[in-house]
Ligand binder design. Structure first.
Ligand code: ASP
Length: 317
């Protein structure tokens, strides 16, 4: 029997500490803790790592704090196109949906597709239809929009006109949610869900639904969920790269995750972060931005959440 553990992120597109009140930061930490507890409840009650990552991601998709589900970033046409994927490290089974517009919880559609077993990825209307036929909740596209994301779109479009996109804050640009878990049977899983980049081109797909790039899980190695500029995650097949470094070079999870986020991606000057867990339940959560919404319940059952450098240890889960 393994000692279960879970880690989550709510994206590395975090505002500067001074931009929000302490009450607002505390509400964000509260949502992170809720997501962790939802995943942990599965792990404690005989659920699998897949059950845990889906449950944790659903809580963050439903929260307006994060760029996924309700509260997702808008594309250049002022619409939400949602990407998500899930992977079972025990079997390498995976499912993904991309550019979905009506699925309330894209991670559940990714899981349903994984379980159907004939395709790994569905896009656009086909993904929406699949979710509806699978009996999942579909919503009017207006459900996903929030005032904060509308402002971010207006700001990014003004910046695009003025040629100042590069100086936009990480919070204006992007975000994502994700979870990784190890269950009592020793199996790993990862899931990721996002609205992508604010002002992204219509039809642009990021790394989050791409197995190996933004999401990857393989028993005996690790499970990884990424956040940040998706294009570089795709080009580096980043999540899979961490598993490969561990398998081929014998690196620890920490060393492999640190290498790809802090060194391999450094030349691009883009925001990036991830959460990862290894086969023993060790957790890594590197990021190169000022902050990353994140949290974990470790092998000893201790819960911690953080948005910037300070980690809030909240005791037993
Ligand atoms: N990785 C996401 C994407 O490129 C965005 C993010 O995590 O910030 O779609």
């Amino acid at each position: 029997m393994a000692r279960p553990a879970i880690a989550i992120h709510g994206g590395c597109g975090v505002m500067a500490q001074l931009d929000l009140s302490e009450a607002e930061w505390s509400a964000a930490r509260e949502d992170l803790a809720r997501a962790l507890r939802a995943g942990w409840a599965k792990l404690q009650n005989g659920g699998t790592a897949v059950d845990a990552v889906e449950a944790a991601v659903m809580v963050m998709e439903d929260s307006p704090q994060f760029n996924a589900g309700h509260g997702a970033a808008f594309n250049a046409a002022g619409e939400n196109e949602l990407d998500s994927s899930i992977m079972d490290g025990a079997t390498l089974a995976a499912g993904a949906v991309c550019a979905a517009r009506r699925i309330r919880n894209p991670v559940s559609a990714a899981r349903a597709l994984m379980e159907r077993g004939d395709s790994v990825m569905l896009t656009g209307q086909a993904a929406d239809r699949f979710a509806e036929e699978a009996g999942l909740r579909v919503v009017d596209p207006s459900y996903f929009g929030t005032e904060r994301r509308r402002k971010a779109l207006a700001s990014m479009q003004a910046r695009a006109k003025a040629g100042t996109t590069l100086t936009a804050s990480e919070a204006e640009k992007h975000g994502t949610v994700g979870a990784v878990a190890l269950d009592a049977a020793g199996h790993l899983a990862a899931a990721t869900s996002t609205g992508g980049f604010t002002n992204k081109p219509v039809g642009r797909i990021g790394d989050s639904p791409i197995i190996g790039a933004g999401t990857y899980a393989r028993d005996g190695a690790c499970a990884v969920s990424g956040t940040g500029k998706g294009e570089v995650f795709i080009r580096h097949v980043l999540a899979h790269e961490i598993a490969s470094r561990m398998a081929y070079l014998g690196e620890s999870l920490d060393a492999a995750a640190e290498q790809v986020v802090m060194r391999d991606l450094a030349p691009y000057g883009v925001g990036a972060g991830l959460v990862a867990i290894d086969a023993e339940g060790r957790i890594a959560a590197p990021f190169n931005t000022d902050g990353m919404f994140r949290g974990w319940i470790d092998r000893d059952g201790r819960l911690a959440v953080a948005t910037h450098a300070e980690v809030f240890e909240l005791g037993a889960a």
